[in-house]
Design a protein around this ligand. Sequence first.
Ligand SMILES: [Zn+2]
Length: 97
Amino acid sequence: MAWIFQRRVDMDDLTDDLRIRIHYKLESGQLPYDSPTKVSGRPATGETCAACDSAIGEGLVMECLVGAGGRTAWVRFHVLCFELWNDERRQPHKQTA
Ligand SMILES: [Zn+2]
């Protein structure tokens, strides 16, 4: 039975690693805090995920249009990374006064 719990812990560790990475990228400006103005999903064809820098080889790629005015850009994520990014960018972050 123990391996079931072990497996669960491993999954949590993986998600935590990703979350920390996304958090760091948000703080360093490599990922936007802005809400996407447009989100769409489509089958992946090997795009690079903006959050984890891995190729999105299978499943869905989430495409988000972020920014405003002349500075809009498409950002692409794994579905899981997209969810974590959404979650992390909504957390209150430190304001440097
Ligand atoms: Zn990813």
